[in-house]
Design a protein around this ligand. Structure first.
Ligand code: PGA
Length: 269
């Protein structure tokens, strides 16, 4: 497969106020201004409250960093106290909807069926839908990781056509690898799971579309392991938490992985 683009992004979770997000983004815009945007898809997913001013800043500075939301309701409006609708997110210039992050599933009890409603809604509203999947440590120990990933994909993407899947991104984030207590997956393990995911996507959408859907790895990505991970087949990008919340550090990771990605793409041609 020819790797069309390198995907690098961060979700800032429930960190960074509006002013902190703006300071962070402003630094990141400056540091990344010379990037080859035909090659790199760089995105930031800040808090809901920061989205509007973040969008404004990106437009004012003419930056091509994309903006995403951490969650979204599957309805356009209605009696859904505390939820945010696709129309509201469009209004503030959001392009990506993150769906089913491990913390949404495991702390807030979201189900695969709910993620499916969100994916369908996001695609219907022409967002990029970033579906996050991953097995827990218990599931890994039972040796059912592939079954879990397959189930999360089959339910989460149920009813999506191959045409719609062109706006789909997948993040593989093993639950045991995420956060301060997480242990990053080895590059070999991550590559194996990406291969499993690629296989399911090809079965669901056909080879051409299945091969074109970007699969990002997430879970304790840092300056030490980013290079190894990005050099593996089927790892099309990195979805980074803590290590990307400082603009300079994020930029260092970008500068480390981009040349490697470019070299591996050249080999594939
Ligand atoms: P982490 O977060 O890089 O801090 O482990 C990853 C994520 O939750 O997406």
């Amino acid at each position: 497969m020819i790797k069309k683009k390198l995907f690098l992004g961060t979700n800032t979770k429930m960190y960074k106020t509006i002013s902190e997000t703006l300071e962070y983004l402003s630094d990141l815009i400056t540091l990344t201004s010379d990037i080859d945007w035909d090659d790199v898809e760089l995105f930031v997913i800040p808090s809901f409250t920061s989205l509007e001013s973040a969008g404004k800043l990106l437009r004012e500075r003419g930056s091509r960093i994309s903006l995403g939301a951490q969650n979204m309701c599957w309805e356009e409006s209605g009696q859904f106290t505390g939820e945010i609708s696709p129309i509201m997110l469009k209004e503030v210039g959001t392009g990506i909807i993150e769906i089913g992050h491990s913390e949404r599933r495991h702390i807030f009890g979201e189900t695969d069926q709910q993620e499916n409603l969100k994916v369908k809604c996001a695609l219907k509203h022409n967002f990029k839908a970033l579906l996050c999947i991953g097995e827990t440590l218990e599931q890994k120990n039972y040796d059912i990781s592939d079954e879990v990933l397959s189930m999360q994909l089959k339910i989460g993407l149920h009813g999506i056509s191959a045409r719609q899947a062109g706006n789909l991104w997948i993040a593989y984030e093993p639950v045991w690898a995420i956060g301060v207590n997480g242990i990053p997956a080895t590059k070999e393990y991550a590559a194996m799971k990406h291969k499993t995911i690629r296989g399911v996507l090809c079965r669901l959408f056909g080879e051409t579309t299945g091969n074109s859907i970007p699969i990002l790895y997430g879970g304790s990505v840092n300056n030490q392991n980013a290079a190894d991970l990005i050099s593996m087949p089927d790892i099309d990008g990195l979805f980074i938490g803590r290590s990307a919340w400082n603009a300079e550090n994020f930029n260092k990771i970008i500068r480390t992985v981009y040349p490697l990605w470019k070299a591996s793409r050249a080999e594939l041609k």
